[in-house]
Design a protein around this ligand. Sequence first.
Ligand SMILES: Cc1cc2nc3c(=O)[nH]c(=O)nc-3n(C[C@H](O)[C@H](O)[C@H](O)COP(=O)(O)OP(=O)(O)OC[C@H]3O[C@@H](n4cnc5c(N)ncnc54)[C@H](O)[C@@H]3O)c2cc1C
Length: 107
Amino acid sequence: MPERLVVIGADAAGMSAASQARRMRGAHDLEIVAFERSTWVSYSACGTPYFVGGYVPRVEDLIARTPAEFAEREIDVRIRHEVTAIDTAARRVTVRDLERGRDLTLD
Ligand SMILES: Cc1cc2nc3c(=O)[nH]c(=O)nc-3n(C[C@H](O)[C@H](O)[C@H](O)COP(=O)(O)OP(=O)(O)OC[C@H]3O[C@@H](n4cnc5c(N)ncnc54)[C@H](O)[C@@H]3O)c2cc1C
């Protein structure tokens, strides 16, 4: 069974880390799961003024990569999932599925 890397927050830092980990280790060796509480991943916050100013027509144009694109790299991105607890001793996170209103744990 491969090791698992859990990434909390799937914007610039989180998905850079996830992508780098995938470059270093294949899916047979490392499972990568990224939890993001919002509906957006890998988006350009820096581009927000360009959207507000009308230089970028659609807000979707600020998204660098979608969960589906990360899935092609065998990175499992779960939006609308909020990590609510981290137990470092047990190496476990508790995650709230905001859509279904239920909790899950991941070791
Ligand atoms: C208007 C604007 C202009 C900017 N311009 C520049 C620029 O010119 N140059 C530059 O270098 N930087 C710029 N920045 C800053 C840059 O966008 C940020 O540094 C960058 O977005 C930080 O990325 P991050 O992944 O570290 O954090 P964030 O973007 O804050 O991402 C953290 C993510 O984690 C998620 N999250 C947090 N807690 C949890 C949890 N418990 N469970 C699940 N998900 C969670 C959040 O929803 C969020 O998506 C700008 C920012 C803004 C707003």
